[in-house]
Write a protein that binds this ligand. Sequence first.
Ligand code: PMP
Length: 291
Amino acid sequence: MKIYIDGIFYDKKDAKISVLDHGLLYGDGVFEGIRAYNGLVFKLEEHIDRLFESAKSIMLTIPMTKKKLIEATILSLRENGLKNGYIRLVVTRGVGDLGLDPRKCRNATIIIIADKIALYPKTFYQKGLEVVTVATPRNLPEALNPQIKSLNYLNNILAKVSAINSGVEEAIMFSWDGHVAECTGDNIFVVKNGELCTPPVYLGILNGITRQVIIGIARKNKFPCTEKILTRHDLFIADEVFLTGTAAEVIPVIKIDSRPIGTGKPGRITRELMREFHALTKKEGVRYSVK
Ligand code: PMP
């Protein structure tokens, strides 16, 4: 595996950064997870735009233009001979001293890791995923807005630990005042009486790119789809629930807190959206060739 660090490709064993990088010391940095399907990078520009917005929000200057970063991302896929893959783009504040002061970090570090990914086994997509609700609320947007895809994922990791301790893979997180927010690495949708609902971004969630794609597909297919406040009760009485994310794609949820959702099987609308999503990944994206 070849990993890109600041313009150079290194073998995995040699791909190293300084222990004084503030990405490591403080989680001071931003990232993106991007996916390529059969030689097409899905929603590449949207991911790059979000990366730059995350960086802007924390006053981190990415020392590269969007165009060059897109080229470097594609080069990473080609360098690794990947027609299908997952790309992790990371920009850290760079090397500084032991204080917090970001001004001491002269140059941001850019890292691109291109690899294969299978977040969940295939059976989860066919049979559905079991999840739990957890006590850890999502970060307060006024404190650390979840719209910033920052390297500080401890809030999500704490929720993930609770899920693992409960014997499942994913956790549903709430806002501080008890409204459904999102999962540790995915957005959430509820289907009730043929209508799709998903929490609004202002509540304090990441505006997932897959979430936006699903809203687009739903509206095109004439499924009513609204962004609205949801409670635990709305989850329990839903006909269908599913999660969306670049890594997870679209995955049905069949149990929440041991309660079956709807029929306890992946629902019709979820399955249709999964099909439509996969069809889109086959035809849309930035094309590249692999040697
Ligand atoms: N929420 C969180 C907290 C995430 O980390 C992610 C994935 N990185 C998502 C939602 C899904 O976003 P996207 O569809 O852009 O991958």
